[in-house]
Design a protein around this ligand. Structure first.
Ligand SMILES: Nc1ncnc2c1ncn2[C@@H]1O[C@H](COP(=O)(O)OP(=O)(O)OP(=O)(O)O)[C@@H](O)[C@H]1O
Ligand SMILES: [Mg+2]
Length: 308
């Protein structure tokens, strides 16, 4: 299928001489939800800003729905909505004015019923006559989302849409994103939260130090990353893992006072029941237990290691 966004050989070196993107190639499929994961400073915002025409690339080319983002700027831009990472809104405008104005910027005629629906969907209706400056941080973020939605974009970029927002907004966001996808909108979001990518995305891309290190179907990636650790805090430290437990994937840590079991959350069986029964038989008692999922940070480290 013909990609809705096609990024080829894209590089960006900022005026400071810092190279934020290195030969990025990426294709986004029409109608998908694509999550771009990467640590701070990886180049996510830079990539999005180039595609949205806010930052100029040093090299390479981007097509949005077939339009070159430099040569056919207007046509490309009219397809795209952006919810930026940084809160930049006109502080003294009202919510209603700022969201309505956003349509005009993209050459769309006024459409009060649409603006009303968007504001209601984002629980902003009560605040429609408030000046932006009087809103809370989470509400300002909702306004940014409303602005992006007001011109009915075909492609929507959400740069860290749920960083620092409450559970309710996060869930509203997720619902809204799904509804948009169901109407045919292509969605590209960046996030630090693996659960968010897991919940939302069809495909996941990982960017690290300006390079795309992986692009994969979510289901496949989750299978690879779905490792969890069960940590048992023992009553009495062990000098070594007993022979009778050799069949389990166990390690000792914290001077023998913790027994760590690694298992696959996506597997048919975790093996936990058998492990606990064998521990009991071996007379090993524990006073507490916890589970831990590989953090995004660890995932990056392992991904980058794998590839270098
Ligand atoms: N205007 C600029 N001038 C110089 N360097 C910049 C500029 N904007 C960004 N950078 C650098 O480019 C790199 C990538 O930044 P970018 O904002 O794209 O990262 P990010 O992946 O969005 O990070 P975060 O997760 O923190 O939002 C960083 O090292 C950053 O310091
Ligand atoms: Mg960013």
């Amino acid at each position: 299928m013909h990609p809705i966004i096609s990024v080829s050989n894209l590089s960006k070196t900022y005026a400071s001489g810092f190279q934020a993107l290195k030969n990025v190639d990426l294709e986004i499929r029409a109608g998908e939800i694509f999550a771009l994961l990467g640590p701070n400073g990886a180049g996510k915002t830079t990539l999005i800003s180039i595609i949205c025409g806010i930052v100029r690339a040093s090299e390479g080319r981007v097509l949005a729905d077939g339009y070159d983002i430099v040569k056919d700027y207007r046509a490309a831009r009219s397809k795209i909505g952006l919810v930026p990472q940084e809160l930049t809104t006109d502080a003294f405008e009202t919510v209603w004015a700022t969201v309505s104005f956003s349509r005009g910027l993209f050459g769309k005629p006024p459409n009060p019923p649409l603006v009303e629906r968007v504001l209601k969907d984002l629980s902003l209706w009560e605040k429609k006559d408030n000046k932006i400056i009087t809103l809370s941080g989470g509400m300002k973020r909702r306004v940014l989302i409303a602005k992006a939605l007001a011109h009915e974009p075909q492609i929507l970029f959400l740069d860290e849409p749920t960083a620092g927002v409450d559970v309710e907004l996060r869930q509203d966001m997720w619902r809204l994103v799904r509804e948009l996808r169901d109407t045919g909108v292509t969605i590209i979001l960046t996030t630090h939260y693996i659960e968010e990518a897991e919940e939302m995305a069809d495909r996941i891309g990982v960017i690290n130090k300006g390079e795309i290190v992986l692009v994969e179907e979510k289901a496949e990636l989750m299978r690879k990353l779905g490792r969890k650790r069960l940590i048992l805090h023992l009553q009495n430290p062990l000098a070594s893992v007993p022979q009778s437990l050799a069949d389990h994937r166990l390690e000792l840590s914290a001077h023998g006072s913790e027994l760590i079991y690694t298992y696959d959350t996506q597997g048919e069986r975790t093996g936990i029941t058998a492990l606990l029964a064998d521990l009991d038989r071996a007379g090993i008692r524990f006073k507490d237990l916890e589970t831990e999922q590989s953090s995004l940070e660890e995932i990056f480290v392992s991904l980058v290691r794998e590839r270098s």
